[in-house]
Design a protein around this ligand. Structure first.
Ligand code: C2O
Ligand code: CU
Ligand code: CU
Length: 490
């Protein structure tokens, strides 16, 4: 079967089969159709400005949000009640931040996709105690990309992200600021943070983790874009750029436009592709990003285009409505070329490692005990280093989704510290949209993916894990330590 058809059939069959016993449809949850129906405009997260000392100030705190009219939901956010401001920096900048934990629990802030010293990575070792301020400082040593930030405390990541702690982290460079593509943040360069949530009938978030929720992820039956249900966004005739983050806990989304002309993917997790790739749909797993250009120029003023989102083993949504205005964008042509992307070459790798993402019913534990979500048969242990990597080396990681036949689950493998290239997916060259820089890669059941990465600049401890956050929190995570080459003993 052709791969695309195969993916389509995964979406189609799983939706039907799982409906019956799916905990998403638990009767105690608020269950209605998305009732907002394009009444609110798309909120744009504000750009975070430096203070008078040149520092960026972030505070994680509690808040209240109104997702359903007249119903208050308790949430968390950075500098606000839900989500956080967009941080925008330039390659070569030195970035200093103060992160204030105003929660009554520990948290961390991890810069997902950023290549930073291990001590400032914001992983489970960089805990911020309640009331404390953490002040990371790091240089931006990578090309333009759409990255993001979110908490990463052991066992609490899923809960904190679900409550609303997440924001975008954009890097610009010489190329991104000169390419003939839209680049006015919030005007023609629009962030779309897509997340699903489920609610109890009183309006509170239903973040509970049954065994089923741990295995399948906590999936919601309401779709939020930048924190609201079914927003509207006006677009000019011509080209608009969207920076899409799948900021959901565990959902895999298939995105399409109701207008069949489609979209062109211009960037993956870690930056621009060499050239735009025209697609009619885009599959994006939890933690991944994509930038797309959409050409609205053939439409008439007042025409409406919907972004359609199908959630793997969940529902289908009209996520956002674009309304074409009578203004004309300065861009009406999709460029042919974006930038040179030096692929890492397999022949430069000095080591190969093997990772098996496993769902097994462990002995004496079984599915009723939560099953066993492991990498190479191990659950995360903060006191164990799983892999040691020599600084400066290039390695191939071969990752397999080894699902037991009873429990076929997708996984989304993420590495800290590096942006990698995908060398192979199931023995074949990856699809063009997977040929760029990546930090997170989706593995359907039984998929086998080979990636290549260069571990440079920094030594220290970094994480690799499934980015389905309920899997991560259940221990589907490991640690690699980048170590300096041993000096030769004379
Ligand atoms: Cu986005 Cu280790 O995480
Ligand atoms: Cu990360
Ligand atoms: Cu997983």
């Amino acid at each position: 079967m052709h791969r695309r058809e195969f993916l389509k059939s995964i979406f189609a069959t799983t939706t039907l089969v799982s409906m019956a016993d799916y905990s998403l449809f638990n009767p105690s949850y608020l269950w209605a159709n998305q009732e907002n129906m394009f009444t609110s405009s798309l909120p744009i997260p504000p750009l975070l400005e430096k203070d008078s000392n040149g520092l960026l100030q972030l505070a994680a705190d509690y808040g209240e949000s109104e997702f359903h009219e007249g119903v208050i939901t308790k949430t968390m956010g950075y500098n606000g009640s839900f989500l956080g401001p967009t941080i925008r920096v330039k390659e070569g900048d030195m970035v200093g931040l103060n992160v204030h934990n105003k929660l009554q629990q520990v948290t961390t802030v991890h810069w997902h996709g950023l290549h930073v010293p291990a001590e400032w990575d914001g992983g489970p070792h960089q805990i911020i105690q309640p009331g404390d301020i953490w002040s990371p400082k790091f240089p931006i040593k990578q090309q333009a990309a759409t990255l993001w930030y979110h908490p990463h405390a052991m066992g609490l990541t899923g809960e904190h992200v679900y409550q609303g702690l997440a924001g975008l982290f954009l890097i610009e460079d010489e190329i991104s600021t000169t390419l003939p593509i839209p680049k006015q943040y919030g005007v023609d360069d629009i962030p779309l943070i897509i997340q699903d949530r489920r609610f109890f009938e009183d309006g509170s978030f239903a973040y509970v983790r049954s065994m089923h929720d741990v295995m399948h992820g906590v999936l919601g039956n309401y779709l939020l874009v930048n924190g609201v249900l079914q927003p509207t966004q006006f677009v000019s005739k011509g080209i608009t750029r969207f920076r899409i983050l799948n900021g959901s806990n565990s959902s895999i989304y298939r995105l399409r436009l109701s207008d069949p002309k489609g979209m062109s993917v211009i960037a993956s997790d870690g930056g621009f592709l060499e050239r735009p790739v025209a697609v009619t749909e885009l599959i994006i797993s939890a933690g991944e990003r994509a930038e797309i250009l959409v050409d609205f120029s053939h439409l008439a003023v007042g025409d409406k285009v919907h972004l359609l989102v199908d959630q793997y083993s969940g529902g289908s949504y009209e996520a956002i409505e674009f309304v074409v205005t009578n203004t004309t964008s300065e861009f009406n042509k999709i460029p042919e070329f974006l930038r040179d992307q030096q692929q890492l070459l397999a022949e430069n790798a000095t080591n190969t490692r093997f990772f098996s993402m496993e769902t097994m019913s462990g002995r004496g534990r079984g599915m009723m005990g939560g099953g066993r979500l492991t990498i190479n048969g191990k659950k995360m242990d903060m006191n164990r280093i799983d892999e040691k990597i020599i600084l400066g080396s290039t390695e191939i990681w071969e990752i397999v989704n080894t699902s037991a036949s009873m429990m076929k689950l997708p996984h989304s493998m993420h590495l800290h510290d590096v942006q990698f290239n995908i060398l192979e997916r199931n023995g074949k060259e990856p699809a063009p949209i997977e040929m760029g820089r990546k930090d997170t890669v989706l593995l359907w059941p039984d998929d086998r993916v080979k990636i290549i990465a260069r571990f440079e600049d920094y030594t220290g401890i970094y994480m690799y894990h499934c980015h389905l956050l309920e899997h991560e929190d259940d221990g589907m995570m490991g640690q690699f330590e980048v170590v300096a080459k041993k000096p030769v003993q004379l």
